[in-house]
Design a protein around this ligand. Structure first.
Ligand SMILES: Nc1nc2c(c(=O)[nH]1)N[C@H]1C(S)=C(S)[C@@H](COP(=O)(O)O)O[C@H]1N2
Ligand SMILES: [Mo]
Length: 515
């Protein structure tokens, strides 16, 4: 998708004489060609999904920050009154708020599904946008959109004053757009759109692991998240003003243009068709939200099947790593996941883990069983990295432990081995042992470690004592805490619900959580 050769595409289009029919009706009579009208409504459809699923994602941690520590109390805006208690252990999952399906896709506390809808829509929104921009330049339609003279600025100001004093510009001001409209549309297409793409990408842990400088350009992940949210607000504001002006300046005439291609056509018909299109779009949001709530697993699989290949295409395999400075370490590192209540674990905790053993079994030549002392005697690796929770918060910490790749070298996975299953002493939200899987490539990433130290101290109990996984290209939920044992397997579909982990089974998160 990223490798589209615009020059070749444009050349191919002109060879096919697409040029001639695409521009019909020609610019001179100010009609809108069919491709442009289609692109407009496809855009509306997917932007709606993006806004709705964006609100869904935000609601799982409805606080925004200008710093990557997301220290409680330092948010610049929040959409919840449920502040974390100061006097007892709280987990970030408690911060999630349910949202109405009227404004969110699919509504409720469905972060996992919200993300699937977001990623699915991005693909089609981008493809539609690409086709639109290519055709815009291939046909000369761009001349309507992109200002070619600086006089657009005073002209737009003049138009603004006209609207602001509750007047309408004269018909002669529309070519077919008035200067303010042209400027606003051009800014939305060529500035706001790209801005949302870039700030969205800056929130991906895999991207940050490969290109830490890129995320730093935006002042960090939380800065990017806040900017992404402001972009959403800008889009909502644009949608409101745009719709209002479409109605005020002549609904029949405007819908005539964007539905039928010509405002001279039957305006009554244009209004009926326009309302029908909008009603269909809204109905599809409703139906797909309902289906997502009713059949979450089927919808997850369907959406992931569509966007998965695109995500895999962009999967980052780089060896490069995050390395923050000691002064970057967060003052408070939030906790997520309820600690174990298993008597075996409590006994170990009581004895300061003297009796703890880590087992690595399954498809390996040499199964391992190591005490904590034996693990600590192995070469130690430390790293200062940013933890990205799927809910939206982040924190920087220093982790010390043993390279998982080295442990794998010692136990030698068999040729059919593909995944590692991490079993925890704690329970997940379904009341069964928490587990997660990662593939061998992730397990062998140079920054993947089993950590027994956090910020220079033994890992505190809430953060996963005595041993927790760190896999820095993934979202937080993959990093199993309170590890009981590791199993090497060929496939995970026979384990529990078969989705590849507790969060995948219960909350429909994705198995490879790199974004
Ligand atoms: N056993 C277990 N491990 C877990 C979880 C959990 O609920 N149980 N939560 C995960 C999630 S969602 C996150 S964000 C991180 C949080 O790690 P922290 O508590 O050290 O911040 O742990 C992950 N590991
Ligand atoms: Mo998380």
């Amino acid at each position: 998708m990223m490798f589209v050769r615009f020059d070749l595409l444009v050349a191919a289009l002109s060879l096919l004489h697409v040029h001639t029919w695409l521009t019909m009706p020609v610019l001179a009579d100010l009609g809108f060609p069919p491709w442009l009208r289609a692109a407009h409504w496809i855009n509306v459809f997917f932007i709606g999904y993006l806004m709705r699923s964006g609100i869904q994602i935000l609601s799982s941690y409805p606080r925004l920050y200008w710093n990557d520590h997301t220290t409680p109390g330092t948010e610049w805006i929040k959409f919840t009154k449920n502040d974390p208690p100061k006097d007892k252990l709280w987990i970030t999952l408690d911060q999630e708020v349910p949202v109405s399906p009227l404004i969110a896709q699919p509504g409720g506390k469905q972060l996992g599904l919200g993300r699937h809808w977001h990623f699915f829509s991005i693909i089609f929104w981008l493809l539609n946008g690409l086709v639109y921009v290519v055709l815009l330049f291939a046909t000369g339609e761009w001349r309507r959109l992109i200002p070619t003279s600086w006089s657009i600025i005073p002209d737009a100001w003049h138009t603004f004053l006209t609207y602001a004093t509750f007047h309408l510009p004269p018909d002669s001001a529309f070519h077919p757009y008035d200067p303010l409209q042209q400027l606003a549309y051009a800014a939305v297409v060529f500035l706001l759109g790209p801005f949302l793409i870039l700030t969205g990408a800056a929130q991906s842990p895999a991207l940050e692991a490969q290109f830490p400088w890129y995320v730093r350009l935006f002042g960090g992940r939380q800065f990017a998240r806040s900017l992404h949210f402001l972009g959403l607000l800008a889009f909502i504001a644009f949608t409101i003003v745009h719709t209002a002006l479409v109605i005020i300046t002549g609904l029949g005439r405007n819908l005539g243009d964007i539905v039928l291609g010509q405002h001279q056509h039957d305006q009554g018909l244009a209004i009926i068709l326009g309302i029908l299109i909008v009603a269909c779009i809204l109905a599809l949001y409703g139906i797909t939200s309902w289906l997502s709530q009713r059949f979450p697993r089927a919808i997850t699989h369907a959406l992931a099947a569509i966007y998965g290949p695109f995500v895999r295409m962009m999967t980052l395999r780089s060896r490069s790593r995050q390395e923050y400075r000691p002064e970057d370490i967060s003052p408070v590192f939030p906790v997520n996941g309820e600690p174990p209540t298993d008597p075996d674990y409590l006994k170990l905790l009581w004895e300061d883990f003297a009796g703890y053993h880590l087992e690595i079994t399954g498809l390996v030549k040499h199964p391992l069983c190591l005490s904590l002392a034996e693990i600590k005697a192995l070469p130690k690796q430390t790293q200062i990295t940013k933890h990205d929770c799927i809910q939206g918060w982040s924190a920087i910490g220093e982790w010390g432990g043993v390279s998982l790749g080295q442990l794998l070298e010692r136990c030698e996975p068999l040729p059919e081995a593909r995944y590692l299953v991490f079993w925890s002493y704690s329970d997940d939200t379904s009341g069964r042992p928490f587990y997660e899987t990662i593939n061998l490539a992730l397990a062998r990433h140079p920054q993947t470690i089993l950590a027994y130290e956090m910020n220079g101290q033994p890992v505190p109990m809430p953060h996963g004592a005595p041993l927790r996984l760190r896999v820095e290209t993934q979202l937080g939920f993959k990093m199993v805490k309170w590890i009981r044992r590791i199993e090497v397997v060929e496939r995970y579909d026979a384990i529990r619900e078969g989705e590849g982990g507790s969060r995948e089974d219960n909350k429909h998160y994705e198995q490879a959580a790199a974004i």
